[in-house]
Design a binder for this molecule. Sequence first.
Ligand SMILES: *[C@@H]1O[C@H](CO)[C@@H](O)[C@H](O)[C@H]1NC(C)=O
Length: 682
Amino acid sequence: MADQQKLTASIIIISETASADPSTDKCIPTLQKVFTSLGASKWEITATKIIPDDVTKIQNAVLQSCAEGVNLIVTSGGTGFAVKDVTPEAVGPLIQKQAPGLVHGMLAASLEVTPFAVMSRPVAGVRDGSLILTLPGSPKGAKENLEAVFKLLGHACLQAQGGDSRNMHKGGVEKLEKEAGVSAKGGEKKVGGGHSHSHGHGHGGHGCGHNYGPGHGGHQGPKAHTAPEERPQQSNDPAQGPSRRYRQSPYPMLTVKDALHKIAEHTPSPTIIKLPVNESLVGHVLAEDVTAQESVPAFRASIVDGYAVIAGSDAPSTKGVFPVSMISHAQAGEHQELQKGQIARITTGAPLPPGATSVVMVEDTILVSKTDDGNEEKEVEILTDEIEVGENVREVGSDVQSGDVIMQKGEGISAIGGEFGLLASVGVKEVSVYKKPIVGVLSTGDEIVNHDREGDLKRGEVRDTNRPTLLTAIRGSGFEAVDLGIVSDKPGALEQTLRDATRRVDVMITSGGVSMGELDLLKPTLERQLGGSIHFGRVAMKPGKPTTFATIPVKSNSGERIDKVVFSLPGNPASCVVTYHLFVLPSLHQMAGVEPRGCARVKVQLDGDVRLDRQRDEFHRAVVKAGGDGLLHALSTGGQRSSRIGSFKGANALLCLPAGEGSIKKGEMVDALLMGKLVGDV
Ligand SMILES: *[C@@H]1O[C@H](CO)[C@@H](O)[C@H](O)[C@H]1NC(C)=O
């Protein structure tokens, strides 16, 4: 540059929200970072301002900066198509020399990121020696736009200010490019990744960081690029009343895959507890290896009915007639030692008397005489001399040795019974397992009444189907469910219920109250009253788009910080069941140490055509049966309108259908998630 004097810039944020509450602004720091990282030595930011979307105020702010003689004025916000977006209308008339090339450069850079760039209406140009640029309102979009042209601005500003153009251009374009750190070959031209973004070139004006586009661009689902902690609180502030609430959900639309990642990331790790080995152990997963406390069998036992004998080289022949000196049934107690020349009657599973080496099967013997009362055997003849030491004897520990690892960490105790039986057989009284989360379910809405309330519904009342449906689904998947009831729409009620619930349960599921309805209090309550973080609020899927996942930090009894998990599921039962199986179950499994998590994914053959949704991946209720041909067959349960609980009757699976045109034909294979038991088809 011609001299060492720094170029000056002012940043003007145009946003209703941020002007009301400057703490919500994320644009200023983002833009300041662009200046410091790309041009710290050349630039100095002399002023930052936050003003509302108002033509006069915007013009005054820009004119003031011009009057102060700054080299560069960047505005952010108000460049979309919303009614209140007026930045181009305010700034446009002030420009004396248009700079369409800069506009083109910014749009081209954004277009590489999202097709919604065409929804931005930037202007750029010079007034009184100051270069003015209007950037979009989202921090991400503003940053991308500024970065796209930033390295060229120094030169432009100097010229605009009246720098000696001949002198500046002396080295030719190549020298200029070198000074600016750019090249025509594209070394610097591209900023930001090539993947899809969802920042809102579409509608500035909800304040920085709120400007997420309509968010269904392209095939690859849109993706959030900020972590929740980087975002201002996004929920509506109920105190502001309906006229101030968002016209469009401020939450980025996540793909199902990304939503599942978020859930996995924010679900608390399992806690380890000790539990007695009793029936309530079923469904738990071991957190430590289990070793046998005892050997099985714990004593030498006969595996046949017959006679315990002394055999072997130093014993007399086993062939001959012997007195039956004692009887060993399968029962506890001490036995006398068996003496040479004696035999003992023994039943299967009974302990061998001390001294006995083997058991002769009853088939190899005949009764010779009975006791006087005729009730007992007195003498028995053994017909064979070929009995070996250890014959028909189960040795101590031949099944399990004391100290053997009989089950490993990560193995589950199923309801089928095998594992429980094993633990029970070796004297294990207590095991370390992952604590199964307790799940609370509540419904929200003044219109909701208990499903079994007596009497006809009044106008506008709705029976609560979601809560009983979810309670059933939770218990059906082996978790304890707590009914938290119906919460009224009054702000305090929801907060109190959730606060109480954090002490009783690990996971809260609410349904209703997740749409953009005027009384949607859940998100603001979570964020504003409970200090929670909303990790996602929209998912690109059908049904279940408004599915919301949040965590609330609480102090445990031992004083450490733990997160309670909140799922807010869509306000109708069919969507509730789908999203429970898709999103909640994997989280419960994760907390309980169950692997793999969630419903089993299987390939099924369609027994009928299924139409695809053009825009969203769909989870389509179906009945999956095991066919006689060894394949799993799926039949749709019909109309999938998200309020149709009837379409769930009999459904045990969700077909995973990609968004697309037309339908998938009968006979084709698709993925399905099994929610319940397979049914046979005979
Ligand atoms: C089984 O153990 C649990 C603790 O995990 C206890 O609450 C329950 O009462 C026990 N059940 C029986 C039948 O002993």
